[in-house]
Write a protein that binds this ligand. Sequence first.
Ligand SMILES: Cc1cc2nc3c(=O)[nH]c(=O)nc-3n(C[C@H](O)[C@H](O)[C@H](O)COP(=O)(O)O)c2cc1C
Length: 166
Amino acid sequence: MDDSDKQVELRRNLGQFATGVTVITCTDRLGTPCGITANSFAAVSLQPPLVLWSIAKTCNSLEAYLKAEYFAIHVLTAAQQGLSEHFARSDHAGFGQFEFALSDLGVPLLHGVLARFDCRRFRIHDGGDHHIIVGEVLAHLAMPGEPLIFCQGSYGTASLGPVRGR
Ligand SMILES: Cc1cc2nc3c(=O)[nH]c(=O)nc-3n(C[C@H](O)[C@H](O)[C@H](O)COP(=O)(O)O)c2cc1C
């Protein structure tokens, strides 16, 4: 098995881990709003309040995210697969039909999300072919709703309830 086969296998096996889906927004140095779909989001610490996500070093808008002092992490609902697909494309600066408002700190905020975490850059760590961006949560909100799930390379919804066959 060569290195690229090993990477494909690792990616496939990591894909067995079901996650939610987020869109992370910031504004670049020219004031252009950026958004990227990411499922590497994770909670880190309650005190201080910290979260993390990782960004590929090959990402077109890497510079914008490394330089951004503020960014927002939007947790998507099951009705927002289109938003996820949109921001998984290369053109991170195009918001298309998706409406947003700029926060006081100049961060694009998307509507109708399940939760949002407004962050200030706390640390950036090297993580192989990714950078790990740790954010301090300055404000957060949540709305009732069903989460969008990503697992085994596909989107789905979570049927939360008692687990059969424990
Ligand atoms: C469900 C899903 C989760 C993703 N999670 C991440 C992530 O955590 N970090 C990342 O860098 N890219 C992630 N991506 C890929 C980026 O969204 C995608 O590579 C990027 O928007 C394409 O831009 P690029 O051409 O500049 O890489 C994810 C894509 C999908 C569909």
